[in-house]
Ligand binder design. Structure first.
Ligand SMILES: NC(=O)c1ccc[n+]([C@@H]2O[C@H](COP(=O)([O-])OP(=O)(O)OC[C@H]3O[C@@H](n4cnc5c(N)ncnc54)[C@H](OP(=O)(O)O)[C@@H]3O)[C@@H](O)[C@H]2O)c1
Length: 343
């Protein structure tokens, strides 16, 4: 690690890696790129440029973040000026819900926008095709929305398998899944999913899901690893807990002379899940967290005690007209287990 012109530069070769089911490696930490309706595409792209210089090689993008074009300019410049080789990057992106029947078109557009030739991991962003108008009211329901369907999901997944066959995509990712949905689809997939992106932070640990993923050789990737303090207004409710303001994380941060964000990241890494924090101001510190000391077993156990079911992305804008409330999206009722299994 060297300090150059006031910037920390970390040799990407010393960043620890996770190993995917087929032996491929992925850096243990990535940078999120969702500007969250608050950070402009240009500012996100500026942070990506700085992050590449700092030593990040893994970027979590998505078609629906509305900034792939600007991030692609940064990638293209970095490839052309020899700052980084394409093959040393791990670029992830996602198919948005309105493109489930047009996956190849979505992937080709992301590749063109990101100027990256191929995608290292392409995710199905949500396991159903329901979508909402941008900036719609949080209680709005799209009359076309419908519950999860095994056959629709498999159709979308198979389109990505074809892109793997064509060499445009290297790995398949899934996101916002539940154990009942995984149980219903996993044994029907020709190419296994390499990773699953889920909301994971100290006050929302989804331990059963994380254990299930690991047992099935699927890498858990934690989104909102810091509890997303600047998430969109539609995802903020008065009862939500702010992870980084919990007394335990504040105490540990004081002990280690760092921000509570760093404790969240060390907890994620200690738990064997890959965090993808978003940052325009603190990305150097976040990458550094991956190569500096770990939390003790006792500290890990103490943080386990912060779990309080604090789901921040409830997903209510994806509900179908007959659904009761957002709990239906997450298969909390045991009947879903039976329903998907029967399909
Ligand atoms: N698959 C999905 O459905 C899904 C859903 C949501 C998110 N995601 C992905 O997950 C990524 C991360 O989630 P997120 O962006 O919502 O939330 P997050 O990473 O939990 O939090 C980001 C916020 O934390 C601040 N922060 C970052 N590092 C910090 C540090 N060291 N000290 C103090 N503050 C720090 C950032 O501020 P500064 O910018 O000022 O540093 C930013 O406001 C997204 O960008 C996206 O790529 C995926």
């Amino acid at each position: 690690m060297i300090e150059k012109k006031g910037m920390t530069i970390i040799d990407p070769d010393i960043i620890p890696v996770f190993t995917l089911y087929n032996g491929d490696k992925i850096p243990c930490i990535g940078m999120g790129t969702f500007g969250s309706d608050r950070v402009s595409p240009e500012d996100v792209a500026g942070a990506v440029a700085g992050a590449i210089r700092c030593g990040y090689r893994l970027f979590d993008c998505a078609a629906c973040y509305g900034n792939e074009d600007q991030i692609g300019e940064v990638f293209s410049t970095a490839f052309q000026n020899g700052e980084v080789k394409r093959e040393d990057m791990f670029i992830m992106t996602k198919v948005w819900n309105d493109m489930h029947r047009h996956v190849a078109e979505s992937a080709r557009k992301s590749i063109a926008d990101l100027k990256c030739e191929y995608i290292d991991m392409l995710f199905i962003h949500w396991p159903f095709p329901n979508y909402h108008a941008p900036f719609c009211d949080v209680d709005a329901r799209n009359p076309d929305s419908r519950p999860f369907s095994v056959s629709e999901f498999l159709d979308t997944y198979r389109q990505i398998e074809e892109l793997v066959d064509e060499g445009l995509v290297r790995h398949i990712g899934i996101s916002n899944m539940t154990i009942p949905k995984l149980e219903a689809v996993l044994d029907q997939l020709r190419i296994p999913p390499s990773a699953c992106e889920s909301e994971l932070h100290p006050t929302f640990q989804q331990t059963e899901l994380v254990d299930y993923l690991k047992t099935h050789n699927i890498l858990p990737i934690g989104y909102m690893p810091l509890g997303s303090p600047r998430r969109p207004e539609r995802d903020i409710l008065p009862e939500d807990v702010n992870d980084m303001k919990t007394p335990l994380l504040q105490e540990l941060a004081e002990k280690y002379h760092c921000h509570p964000a760093i404790i969240c990241l060390k907890w994620a890494l200690g738990r064997g899940q890959l965090p993808i924090p978003f940052s325009v101001h603190n990305y150097e510190a976040n990458l550094k967290a991956s190569i500096t000391g770990q939390l003790t077993n006792d500290e890990m156990k103490e943080i386990a005690g912060l779990e309080c079911g604090n789901r921040l992305v409830k997903g209510q804008v994806f509900l179908w007209p007959e659904a009761d409330d957002w709990h239906d999206l997450w298969d909390e009722d045991d009947n879903y287990r039976k329903r998907w299994a029967a399909e």
